[in-house]
Design a protein. Structure first.
Ligand code: FCB
Length: 784
């Protein structure tokens, strides 16, 4: 068999989950789930509840043979128990009929994190009773659907549900107790075992569970898996592997907890919840293990490190970021880990049938009139499929591959800003559009494998033929000559983009004596901040400069070594100009680059006054407008959630806020957040409430911080905006999707990109140019 094709009968499909796509949360008798309560985002999401026929049709068009979906427990048992809600069951009945009618095999997951709120109110997963209710629920749905659904998965990723939900509190229900997290994990496992038993008794053909399996390794092992770790590092790796992987694999597949785990559980609240006989129930044989793989966990020993609340017992372990390519979510892209983990499961559990039940990536898509171009997603999936193919060759028994996911959707606590779909969803109109990755995946499914050879590199001739012009015209366009009409230029650039044509730099610079190349230098944005803006600006700047005939060289400035390489590249005149973004900690690089004499432009005001022109938004003016709006609404005790004070943007927003308060003769209440994540915003808000309990308004330096603040306010029982009005900054996608929708200050992304591109182009033409500061506009919504 060639390495590109898959075994006959290999199953291809996608996975989704109920809460993330269904919407329709309060009709036909559905009760609230813990995610309805916890989410600050709009829960209507893709309205799949009403649009499922269209979604099934899309899957059919893509030729998918398998579909894993989850059922919403509170749709079936709105109060957690009693008689099942017939209307809820009817929905899944219709869905399954639709799937079967389209020739798509249904894989049903019983629990993908949306516990009925009624059961949470009675103790949730830390209470043993929830496991018993879960088995009743399994029996009820099987009774209705068992004639058409052959394969049942009990739980999805119990580690996430237990430890992020009950330990770290960053997922619903938002509790923060290590003891409760361990008890929740055990009761989920018990619920799994009881459900397996109930399903088997009812005659289910196949039963399994879906686990998130993350290979754990040291930083050095990411690129060199065979590398030996020091004893301390190996011990750190083993501890995390036990918590995340073995805590679930071994009870289910061997009927016992790992020995090393017991003292850890004992230390955190004891083992009283583990009753005699539980592990026998949990360890009943299963038919299929679902494996969700996204990224490895990278750790090393660090004696001073406190435990991470998601990993109780991880004292002395440092979670590391590694210099690899990452998705927009910041998850490292390491496809080889998929082969490794399948190899491990095959070795440790011989004979066990596996299925990849989730794998996929969040990237910022380029949405244009002619399609959604998501090359990054295509290469992500392609590389993982190659890794999967290698694992099959090495003997892994894998039934199929289900991509995460069909539709862009509500990505839990990250809301709508995350895009994992093969299909783009416009949440204002609910229009679905296939992304390039969907079309590419359709071809993979059709040929049962990857294309043998990469497509031929397009040439000048191919571009000319596609655009319907001569070779000379194409050449003039890509060399940036101005003698071509805008229409012809657009047609040629469209063909260039569609075909992925890369002009031959060397040959071209011989003719033009210029490289016509522009270096787009990305300094790594901080964890949790600025990445979405950066990604959007990169895309706009790239297409604008390409439209002007420039060839873009993307360079990553993440280490001192990479800074040296970039400076050397520019000094060697391999670029005519440089766009540098974001400015965060990139000042020194900007100065060094400007000394090369090559034009440089910056996104964002640099920390120290500089000769390099930049494009920025009026952060101080926007913050003042936000604050004045709160004052006009009669608020008098206005706090601010700030963000790290060494960020120039944060400093400017704080200055604008202070100035507005001072004009009104009021005093500021400030709480800096450690970074720009939602959880940092929630933490700062809690401190603010503790210091100034009578606060009636909050301005947050970014929307992410504001969303975190809204969560903390909700936890504290304060209503937004009745008790406390909230305003954010940035107007990210998620802002309009919060409940209530967030009032914020819009940062014009496209205008910034346009200004950057123009600034660079004028500098390339030798014109003297000064920095540009664009206005930021207040967008008033319900939160203030
Ligand atoms: C997995 C979840 C899934 C989705 C992806 C991105 O952990 O099972 O619902 O959120 O991550």
């Amino acid at each position: 068999m060639s390495t590109a094709s898959f075994p006959e009968g290999f199953e291809w499909g996608v996975s989704t989950s109920a809460f993330q796509i269904e919407g329709a949360t309060n009709i036909d008798g559905r009760g609230p789930s813990i995610w309805d309560t916890f989410s600050v985002d709009r829960v209507e999401t893709c309205d799949h509840y009403h649009r499922y026929p269209e979604d099934v049709r899309l899957m059919r068009e893509l030729g998918l043979g398998s579909y894993r979906f989850s059922m919403s427990w509170p749709r079936i048992f709105p109060d957690g128990g009693g008689k099942p809600n017939a209307a809820g069951l009817d929905f899944y009945d219709r869905l399954v009929d639709e799937l079967v009618g389209a020739g798509i095999k249904p894989y049903a997951t019983l629990y993908h994190w949306d516990l009925p709120q009624a059961l949470e109110d009675r103790g949730g997963w830390p209470s043993r009773d929830t496991a018993l209710r879960f088995a009743d629920y399994a029996a009820a749905v099987h009774q209705r659907l068992g004639d058409r659904v052959r394969t049942w998965f009990t739980l999805n990723e119990p580690w996430v549900a237990a430890f992020l939900g009950y330990g770290a509190g960053i997922h619903a229900p938002g509790r923060t107790s290590a003891a409760e997290a361990f008890a929740a994990a055990h009761h989920m496992l018990l619920g799994h075992g009881l459900a397996v038993r109930a399903l088997r008794e009812a005659g289910a053909a196949e039963v399994g569970i879906v686990l998130n399996i993350s290979p754990v390794m040291t930083p050095a092992q990411v690129s060199d898996p065979g590398r030996r770790a020091s004893e301390e590092d190996a011990a750190a790796v083993a501890r995390i592997d036990t918590l995340v992987n073995r805590q679930f694999l071994e009870p289910v597949l061997r009927g016992a907890y790992p020995e090393e785990l017991l003292p850890v559980i004992e230390r955190h609240g004891g083992l009283g919840h583990v009753h005699d006989g539980d592990l026998e129930v949990i360890g009943q044989p299963i038919d299929l293990l679902g494996v969700n793989y996204y990224a490895p966990l990278v750790v090393q020993a660090q004696p001073s490190e406190p435990a991470d609340t998601a990993y109780p017992g991880s004292e002395g372990v440092l979670f590391c970021t590694v210099p690899t390519a990452v998705t927009a979510m910041g998850w490292p892209i390491v496809p080889g880990c998929l082969s490794q983990l399948l190899g491990r499961l095959t070795r440790e559990y011989p004979g066990l049938e596996l299925m990849i039940t989730e794998n996929g990536a969040d990237f910022v898509d380029v949405v244009t009139g002619d399609g959604i171009h998501d090359v990054d997603r295509i290469s992500f999936i392609e590389e993982h499929l190659r890794a999967l193919r290698a694992a099959l060759d090495a003997g892994a028994n894998v039934r199929g591959y289900l991509a995460w996911t069909l539709l862009d959707n509500l990505e839990w606590v990250d809301g709508y800003q995350r895009k994992f779909g093969l299909v783009h969803v416009d949440f204002a109109t609910q229009r679905r559009r296939l992304k390039d990755s969907a079309l590419w995946y359709r071809d993979v499914v059709r040929r049962n494998g990857l294309a043998e050879t990469p497509p031929k590199r397009p040439t000048l001739e191919t571009v000319a033929a596609r655009a319907g012009v001569s070779r000379a015209t194409v050449s003039r366009v890509v060399n940036g000559e101005s003698s071509v009409s805008p229409e012809v230029r657009t047609a040629v650039m469209r063909a260039v983009n569609e075909l992925g044509y890369v002009p031959n730099l060397a040959a071209r610079s011989l003719v033009t004596r210029r490289t016509n190349a522009v270096a787009l230098v990305l300094s790594v944005p901080r964890q949790g901040g600025g990445d979405a803006l950066t990604a959007a600006v990169v895309q706009y700047v790239t297409s604008l400069l390409e439209g002007a005939g420039k060839q873009i060289t993307l360079m990553l400035a993440d280490t001192a070594e990479s800074h040296r390489r970039i400076v050397a590249h520019v000094e060697a005149r391999l670029a005519d100009g440089v766009v540098l973004l974001p400015p965060d900690r990139a000042d020194a690089l900007a100065e060094r680059l400007s000394r090369t004499g090559v034009p440089v432009v910056l996104l964002g005001k640099p920390e120290i006054a500089s000769l390099v022109p930049y494009v920025d938004v009026d952060n101080a003016g926007g913050a003042a407008a936000a604050t004045e709006h709160l004052l006009e609404r009669g608020r008098r005790r206005v706090g601010m959630v700030c963000g790290p004070m060494d960020l120039v943007t944060v400093q400017d927003r704080l200055a604008g806020h202070r100035a507005a308060l001072q004009r009104a003769g009021l005093q500021p209440y400030l709480a800096p957040a450690d970074d720009l994540t939602r959880s940092a915003g929630a933490g700062a808000m809690r401190r603010l409430l503790a210091d100034a309990p009578a606060l009636d308004a909050v301005f947050a330096a970014t929307d992410q911080l504001a969303i975190g603040a809204m969560r903390a306010l909700r936890e504290a029982g304060r209503r937004v905006p009745d008790d406390v009005a909230v305003v954010g900054f940035d107007d990210i996608d998620a802002a309009s999707a919060t409940t209530p929708a967030l009032t914020t200050v819009r940062v014009p992304v496209a205008d910034q990109a346009l200004a950057l591109a123009r600034l660079l182009l004028s500098r390339l033409e030798g014109r003297h140019t000064t920095s540009v500061v664009l206005p930021a506009r207040l967008v008033v919504r319900e939160s203030a």
